[in-house]
Ligand binder design. Structure first.
Ligand SMILES: Cc1ncc(COP(=O)(O)O)c(C=O)c1O
Length: 412
């Protein structure tokens, strides 16, 4: 038999869906431009706005500091870790020990992936694999990360009926009834505010998750990448670390990517349960050497400054206005979408005449140059849904509605 060099999971895995879509967009760009349909991307969750001016000025200042150009550590600079601790206290009233309970991340994607590798004992035998409970629909990377680690992702359905907050005792009962071994469950990932649904959860639900994880000795991984993206004080997101008993079981992931439009900076952190932070730091000490110190210093200043806070507030107002307009444009074309409570994502049902979401997304791209993501990227059963990331400029969003109308993409 011929020898294969690379491991089965990687050999059989496609590129991450967002990059596959991007490659298709690039391939079609000349043809789309020629027919006046230059691509408008509503695919990746990447705001196109200018980052805070304050961050640019601070970057220039710190770039001139010679001591900030050497290796950092995977754990992070003291200034950064302390700023995180101050932010967690001011924003959520959560005490975080900057020495023991926080670690810097090269974006939350890196943190999630390394944490999962630190949790799962790799095993090729499906029946014996460690299990991570993941939301479905959910961020496309979760289940892939578990696969790479040679564990098994078990999807927890978020539905309208369960108000996107499934009862975990019922999930566990179902899981056992299906013949699964509950002692194999290593972690539960939750994501409120949620990608791709745009929903959030009540504080009492976070407490339910913490209680469940403490009861069953499961690590709660709360992905809070969108905690600053909300449009109504009533739905201002919480930290799971505010819950009673949270430090016993919960680690939470944060990111600068969305709220500061700094996706390219690759800056985030994880904080909470000391053992989880220690294990993640240990894992990282082998596979990375930390984040450029200048970026950490600027990040720290953003977290502690009025300028940083003002930027988030003005972005939320901007997003609210443009998403509302866009939603009303889609409604006028017959689509049943509403203003999301949090995030810039719309989860939209496709017209009945399309076979599935992949056909709809492909037509929308090839005919109109509008780039969206099929729902199956987030849940293989979500065949009748697509995700629209409302990150384009207002002008481009208007153009999307015009093209959809002209090119025959109304709902009916
Ligand atoms: C739910 C969720 N978590 C994590 C990430 C990763 O963000 P980053 O690595 O830029 O911090 C994303 C990005 O889209 C996301 O949607």
């Amino acid at each position: 038999m011929e020898k294969t060099l690379f491991n089965n999971e990687i050999q059989n895995m496609k590129n991450y869906i967002m990059f596959e879509i991007k490659a298709r967009q690039t391939e079609l760009t000349p043809m789309l431009k020629a027919k006046n349909r230059a691509p408008i991307a509503l695919s990746m969750g990447a705001p196109v706005d200018r980052i805070p001016e304050f961050a640019i000025a601070k970057t220039i200042e710190y770039m001139n500091n010679d001591s900030l150009h050497t290796y950092s550590t995977p754990k992070g600079e003291i200034k950064y870790l302390q700023a995180v601790s101050t932010y967690m206290k001011n924003r959520f009233n959560v005490e975080i020990d900057s020495k023991k309970e926080v670690v810097s991340l090269i974006g939350s994607k890196e943190g999630l992936s390394n944490l999962i590798r630190a949790l799962v004992n790799p095993n090729d035998n499906i029946d014996e694999q460690d299990i991570i409970l993941v939301p479905e629909p959910g961020y496309a990377s979760y289940s892939q990360m578990v696969k790479i680690a040679k564990g098994r992702a078990y999807g927890i359905k978020l539905t309208k009926e369960n108000n996107y907050q499934p009862n975990l005792d019922e999930i566990l009962a179902k899981f056992i009834k299906e013949g699964n071994n509950p002692s194999k469950i290593k972690a539960l990932i939750i994501n409120y505010p949620n990608n791709p649904l745009g929903c959030t959860c009540e504080f009492s639900y976070l407490q339910h998750c913490v209680d469940f994880c403490n009861k069953h000795n499961i690590l709660l991984i709360s992905d809070n990448a969108y905690c600053e993206m909300y449009f109504d004080e009533k739905y201002k997101p919480h930290s799971a670390l505010e819950c009673t008993g949270a430090k016993d079981c919960c680690i939470e992931m944060y990111s600068f990517s969305k709220s500061y439009a700094m996706t390219g900076w690759r800056l985030g952190w994880a904080c909470g349960n000391e053992l989880a932070v220690t294990m993640l730091s240990r894992m990282k000490s082998t596979v990375d050497t930390g984040i450029f110190k200048v970026l950490q210093y600027v990040g720290a200043d953003l977290l502690e400054s009025k300028e940083g806070q003002d930027y988030i507030e003005s972005q939320n107002i901007k997003f609210k206005n443009k998403i509302e307009k866009f939603v009303s444009g889609l409604n006028s074309l017959g689509y049943d979408v509403q203003m999301p409570k949090t995030t810039f994502y719309l989860w939209m049902e496709i017209p009945a005449r399309y076979k599935d979401c992949e056909e709809f997304a492909a037509d929308l791209l090839e005919i109109s140059g509008i780039v969206i993501v099929p729902g199956t990227a987030f849940d293989k059963e979500a065949k009748r849904f697509v995700r629209l990331s409302v990150v384009a400029s207002e002008e481009n969003l208007e153009e999307v509605i015009n093209r959809m109308e002209k090119d025959g993409f109304s709902f009916q």
